[in-house]
Design a protein around this ligand. Structure first.
Ligand SMILES: [Fe+2]
Length: 198
């Protein structure tokens, strides 16, 4: 089981070595300590494990590692059923591979593997930590306040500044992303706009 985590960490280092946007955003900790976490059951583990999207050449290793890791990862989200509904919780989750509560310990930055199913809207939200999305496979539209949405695919990345509201839509494809956090607010929560009918 730890093999899957070690392979995912190795793939993460490899992706940092090939994708300048990642290295420019944050440094990965050197040999972080593996933390045996109590893993919660989550339907996204199965969706990620069976995910048949085509990754980009730079993200193929991380995509394969994410699939291998899927059954053992601590899939979760920051949201409640009351906030986002059952469908969202069953089709959106992330594993904190590295970070304050991650499978590998780091107080200073987080690296999440995130899965979001097709035809979903990840509502407008914000957080203190700065964030970089890097698309591993699939595609999604990303929007920050005041700008037009941008459709991103494998190998593309997107920066969100501290407390800058942003939202994401998927079309008929799921999306698998690497999400990095840095700075103040690492390890802290996310604020989300209320649903229109709430
Ligand atoms: Fe975010």
């Amino acid at each position: 089981m730890q093999q899957a985590f070690d392979a995912a960490l190795a793939a993460l280092y490899q992706t940092f070595a090939t994708a300048a946007a990642l290295r420019e955003f944050a440094l990965l900790p050197d040999k972080p300590r593996f933390v045996p976490l109590q893993v919660q059951a989550n339907p996204v583990a199965q969706l990620m494990g069976a995910c048949a999207l085509l990754p980009g050449p730079e993200s193929a290793a991380l995509f394969a590692a994410a699939r291998m890791l899927a059954p053992f990862g601590n899939w979760r989200s920051s949201y409640t059923e009351e906030q986002v509904g059952r469908h969202f919780l069953d089709n959106f989750a992330y594993v904190e591979l590295v970070g304050p509560e991650g499978h590998f310990e780091s107080p200073e930055m987080s690296a999440y593997l995130l899965y979001m199913g097709p035809n979903m809207h990840y509502r407008r939200h914000w957080h203190e930590a700065e964030e970089l999305y890097y698309i591993i496979a699939g595609e999604a539209e990303f929007q920050v306040d005041g700008e037009a949405p941008a459709l991103l695919g494998a190998g593309d990345s997107r920066l969100h500044m501290s407390n800058q509201p942003h939202q994401t839509w998927t079309r008929d494809s799921a999306v698998v992303c690497l999400v990095l956090w840095r700075g103040e607010g690492v390890g802290e929560g996310v604020e989300m706009e209320a649903a229109p009918n709430a």
